[in-house]
Design a protein around this ligand. Structure first.
Ligand code: SAM
Length: 234
């Protein structure tokens, strides 16, 4: 499967044009990446423009409580924390982020604490180390949530969807990354083995989003596919 993070309708010139113009990787994000690389973390964070999309969505939606499933080194987390700067002064934002791998969680904590020192952002963050499905129940009392971002193990996307739809406020959003399944989400029937599980789970996530009576959804055609849905009724 082609797992590149190109942007711009598969046209590298449009991708270069956009990234040159918008400069989505600043010094702090570059430091996040350097620290992650030095610790041997996989380079599977959101693409540079997708990180910018998340910050822009956050600034538009003005969520006070964000749940992120799949922290890695904190790149997308920083985008959410920056986006929550759009909250009115006096309003406090919180990011609850879930990461199974202890080393990833440790690097993310170092990165995000450093970012907080540099940028002095107002929102708080809490990193939960361990399998997300075992830990999500711990935050339910803080809900309902305004935004749930799903970017972790693909076989659990349908389970994360079920949790998200139950714990989202009306007007809140579910956002799922990689939902084109590396350009193969429409080819589930031709897949077998692990590919079938990965692609099939992403398709099932999209299917549940599209069919749910309480949601209105779409897939934004980023390189990876970014499913976005709003809860429209209780
Ligand atoms: C694609 S990366 C997340 C990238 C991150 N959102 C970003 O863009 O900066 C997926 C992460 O999910 C974590 N993960 C995998 N299975 C998980 C699980 N069951 N619960 C929580 N995290 C999990 C992986 O260890 C990995 O760090």
């Amino acid at each position: 499967m082609n797992r590149q993070k190109a942007f711009g309708q598969g046209n590298p010139e449009l991708a270069a044009y956009t990234e040159n113009l918008f400069q989505p990787v600043d010094a702090l994000l570059a430091q996040f990446q350097e620290r992650a690389r030095a610790a041997g973390l996989p380079e599977i964070q959101v693409g540079p423009m997708d990180g910018r999309h998340l910050e822009i969505l956050t600034r538009l939606l003005k969520p006070k409580r964000i749940v992120e499933i799949g922290t890695l080194a904190g790149v997308s987390g920083l985008c959410f924390l920056r986006g929550m700067e759009s909250l009115e002064s006096g309003e406090s934002g919180a990011l609850y982020t879930f990461e199974k791998n202890e080393l990833h969680a440790k690097i993310a904590r170092t990165n995000l604490e450093h970012a907080r020192d540099v940028e002095n952002f107002r929102a708080s963050f809490e990193i939960f180390s361990g399998p997300a499905l075992e830990n999500l129940t711990k935050i339910e009392a803080h809900g309902p949530f305004d935004l749930v971002f799903i970017d972790a193990d693909k076989p659990n996307y349908p389970n994360y969807f079920d949790w998200a739809v139950k714990n989202l406020r009306v007007g809140g959003a579910i956002v799922g990354d990689n939902t084109f399944a590396w350009g193969e989400v429409h080819l589930v029937e031709s897949k077998s083995g692990n590919d079938r599980l990965m692609v099939g789970s992403l398709h099932e996530f999209n299917r549940r989003v599209s069919a749910h009576p309480k949601l209105r959804g779409t897939i934004l055609p980023t390189a990876e596919g970014l499913t976005v849905a709003v809860k429209i009724r209780d």
